[in-house]
Write a protein that binds this ligand. Structure first.
Ligand code: TSB
Ligand code: ZN
Length: 589
């Protein structure tokens, strides 16, 4: 999608449109006062003080209409440069503008105003020549925003809008917005009862409802099986640790701002864990290891808590309580390349299963200047970073490098996935770590009988089940492939009276064979029940009439299709089992 801020022409157009918005608001709400109205990636907004009035999205068409009227009137937009004292005098009744002017230094910057008809705003500019040029705009939404972004301050009304040069561009953007709305995992999550949140539990703390939990369980089983086949050993560990644990790992010094505050219990100080590495290190340390035992791969579907700013929290995508598909691989230095390669191979394998094709590998390196975040061992960093480069090159994988994005314990490979709509998300990660094994004093006995320190690879293939589920809901628009769908088959007699018993028999048969079935024998018209199954995006619907009952067959219809196919129940089960076994993904996505 276009970034308005980076397009000079569109940026000016949108900035002028923000002024047009303010002017229209002033006409409709004469007491309105204006704070700032910047251009953003997707358009502009203006923060407005409307006193006791709270705007809703329903008020936007009225404001838009006034904007159109002013634009049609076609006043010129005139720039004027004034001194600080003049500015203070001119805006003396406007505390917001006075706040801005007082922070300006007239020796360093020119103070300028822009006037269009009866409206003047303090502004750096530039602007278009006349409001006539503002033709193809739309107000998108209104919301509250704290003055200066501080929750102690008053809430202002923020109105978002966007302006384009042509009607066609505007329509294209509005279609895109519609598509975003349709795919939004929060909307689908509500409709399909996948997850919820509640202010009594807290923001960023999702509650997975039965349907969502079912999907998550499938994902957990799926990755667990793959990992087990690759020699991972799975564990369970508590989601708290003592402050000392995180002091030992270094998270206390380097990651504290992302952690929940300390809880004191008796004489111990606990934190909710933000990462699972320290727990897995202690499990490794619990027994002696020889060089022949390595690699040791410790995996866990592990719950973590991180402080995320309240404005950043979003559905399941960015949460404060998350479950990582985590593992820590304890390897000898000579095994790093091979083991790293296997992780990348697993990422590619999983992405193939889920039909994920649009992604980029980001090699996150340290910033050598940042000696506070990154431990000081040039040789170690260079070696680690080069190993990662070599592996990627040997696998013919394209990647880009990001300086300063490494974890405090080592360089990492992150995978940025481009969703069907919206910005990229980081799902998988694979991180090299020479530091934590030392801090935990880990060792193995080398072939010469000496104690050696292992290297640790931290990796999460899904990232978190939360973020992955959010991503996948949006990819498949809630039409889950059969193996993930909470309900796999809806069974419907044409009439409950005539084929009700037969329908129950078929539903029981499927259910006894581990298929997730919903029998819909309500006394509603077939058309109505069929539509409902479509809305719920159930992959298969069985329609059972007299023919099916007499012939001992079933007729099935696939989600999104009109045609029906008639087979025996055994044939249908076989087909279903095969599809589930193959973890086939819908190609509708
Ligand atoms: C891989 N110690 C490593 C682990 O061993 C670790 O914690 N890495 S991480 O910090 O990069 O987190 C792993 C993954 O969690 C990220 O790649 C990202 O996909 C996911 N993630 C991070 N923060 C959030 C969040 N707030 N909400 C949902 N998922 C998140
Ligand atoms: Zn880790």
């Amino acid at each position: 999608m276009i970034n308005i801020k980076e397009d000079e022409k569109l940026s000016v157009l949108n900035h002028s449109c923000a002024h047009l918005l303010a002017q229209a608001v002033k006409h409709l709400y004469p007491k309105a006062l204006f704070w700032v109205g910047p251009v953003i990636e997707d358009g502009f907004y203006y923060d407005i003080d409307l006193g006791d009035i709270t705007l809703t999205d329903e008020d936007l068409p009225k404001i838009e209409k006034e904007m159109k009227k002013i634009a049609k009137d076609g006043k010129r937009i005139v720039r004027e440069e004034i001194s600080k004292s003049e500015a203070l005098e001119r805006f003396k009744n406007d505390p917001y503008k006075i706040d801005l002017i007082e922070r300006m230094n007239e020796d360093e910057e020119v103070i300028s105003c822009y006037t269009q008809g009866d409206f003047t705003d303090l502004c750096r500019g530039p602007h278009v020549e006349s409001v006539k040029e503002l033709k193809h705009f739309k107000l998108i939404k209104s919301s509250g925003a704290y003055f200066k972004g501080d929750s102690k301050n008053k809430v202002l009304q923020r109105i978002y809008g966007i302006c384009f040069e042509t009607e066609e561009d505007l329509n294209k953007y509005l279609e895109y917005l519609e598509e975003c709305k349709m795919r939004d995992h929060r909307k689908i999550g509500r409709e399909q009862e996948l997850f919820m949140s509640h202010n009594l539990v807290g923001s960023g703390m999702p509650l997975w409802l039965p349907n969502g939990a079912l999907i998550r369980k499938q994902l957990e089983n799926y990755i667990y099986d793959k990992e087990r086949r690759l020699g991972y050993l799975h564990v369970y560990t508590p989601c708290v640790g003592t402050v000392d644990l995180y002091k030992t790992s270094g998270h206390w010094d380097h990651y504290k701002e992302n952690m929940f505050p300390v809880m004191k219990v008796d004489e111990e100080e606990f934190v909710l864990r933000p990462m699972n590495c320290p727990h897995h290190m202690l499990i490794y340390k619990n027994s002696l290891h020889s060089y022949r035992d390595l690699p040791i791969r410790i995996g866990e579907a592990a719950t973590d808590f991180r402080y995320e700013a309240s404005g950043a929290v979003k559905g399941l995508e960015r949460v404060r309580c998350m479950c990582q598909n985590d593992a820590h691989l304890f390897v000898r230095p000579d095994q790093i390349g091979e083991e790293f390669k296997k992780v990348v191979g697993l990422i590619l394998d999983v992405y193939k299963d889920f039909g994920i094709t649009n992604y980029k590998f980001r090699l996150s390196l340290r910033d050598p200047e940042d000696t506070e975040k990154y431990f000081d061992d040039d040789q170690m960093w260079n070696e680690a970073e080069n190993t990662l480069r070599q592996v990627l090159d040997s696998m013919d994988i394209d990647y880009f490098e990001a300086i300063g994005e490494a974890a405090f314990y080592g360089p990492k490979l992150d995978v940025e996935v481009k969703p069907a709509v919206g910005p990229e998300v980081t799902l998988s990660t694979c991180q090299l770590d020479f530091l934590l094994p030392r801090r935990f004093d880990l060792s193995y006995i080398a072939s010469n009988g000496e104690k050696q320190v292992p290297v640790v690879i931290h990796r999460a293939i899904f990232g978190t089940f939360d973020r992955f589920t959010a991503f996948f809901i949006e990819e498949c628009k809630g039409a889950f492939p059969t193996w993930l769908a909470p309900t796999q088959v809806a069974v419907m007699p044409v009439s409950a009276e005539h084929q009700g018993e037969y329908a129950k028999e078929i539903a029981d048969f499927l259910s006894d064979n581990d298929i997730r079935v919903k029998l819909d024998d309500r006394n509603e018209k077939l058309g109505y029940r069929l539509r409902e199954a479509q809305t719920s995006k159930i992959p298969y619907t069985l329609i059972l009439g007299d023919n099916e009952k007499n012939d001992k067959t079933i007729s099935y219809r696939l989600y999104g299709k009109k045609e029906t196919t008639t087979v025996t129940k055994e044939e249908f089960l076989k087909l279903l089992k095969q599809e589930i076994e193959n973890k086939a993904c819908n190609k509708e996505m």
